[in-house]
Design a protein around this ligand. Sequence first.
Ligand code: SAM
Length: 316
Amino acid sequence: NTGDGRAAQIPRYVRVNTLKWSLEEATEYFERKGYQQGSPLIAKNFKKDQHIPGLLLFPPQTQFGDDPAYTSGKIILQDKASCFPATVLAPPAKEDSVVIDATAAPGNKTSHLSALMGNKGKLLAFERDRRRFKILQSMLQKAGCKNVETINGDFLVTDPRDPKFAGVTHILLDPSCSGSGIVNRLDYLVESEQDKTDNLEDRLNKLAVFQLMMVRHAMRFPSVEKIVYSTCSIHATENEQVVLQALTCNEAFEGGFELASREHVLSSWHRRGLPGILKNSADADALVRCSPGEDATNGFFVSCFQRGQPLEASTP
Ligand code: SAM
């Protein structure tokens, strides 16, 4: 079962960029181009996604590279699973909203956040890598995002107590990961022998240390209420294990974060966190997973932390 074989099964997902037009306008546009609403397994058909508002499904081989809707930024080609984090974060669309995208390039989730915010308030988008930062900037310009301030810097060296972050209530964390859920990369798992497995474990552990650092840093922003942590990895080391440690170590000094319960985290999505790693089954159920090959998406993981009760005065 090669990655390419699985890729052929994944619909072509199209996110309607609501900063430029509405879902209704997009639907009419595609109907005028000869598409009709129906099963995306049939040529020239498309349908609306049942979980993500504004996401359309087309047959896997559909090409949009030359389509004016694509070249003008009215549609964004974005895998369904990659639309989950911004949907779960649900940033407020208010003039005084302040939201952070801590690891933004190439910017699909940033532009999704900006659209959900209706171009209101302020979205601070960090990207450490210079080359990827430039891609982020052009992506956001093409998508018509006007509420984004891009910062070519390391999120980990920001000072959460800096007054400019005082109003930050929502943070999206989609940090570098093994990428093991990306369907075209699944073949790398097939070729692993024992020594490669050892290297993989090593690599995953290093990534997890960095990912946990990112989550803990996000928890230090004084007004943050909600943090979504996501990866395109299939490995528990980068997913449930990071969440477990973030929950365990935050109680003492970051202000008591807990997992948002399933009803707030794509409750109708069927595949949830792996059992037996988190403290209880409700916590595992609060997590979202996508299985490559089984869910018609790339492999993906989403968790959502929310600030719990204020700490007791006696807590150090
Ligand atoms: N969210 C992006 C999207 O949907 O288009 C994908 C993000 S990608 C998985 C992770 C990005 O985070 C990379 O571009 C990487 O350079 C950047 N990154 C990693 N560590 C960072 C840090 N400490 N501060 C800022 N950016 C970082």
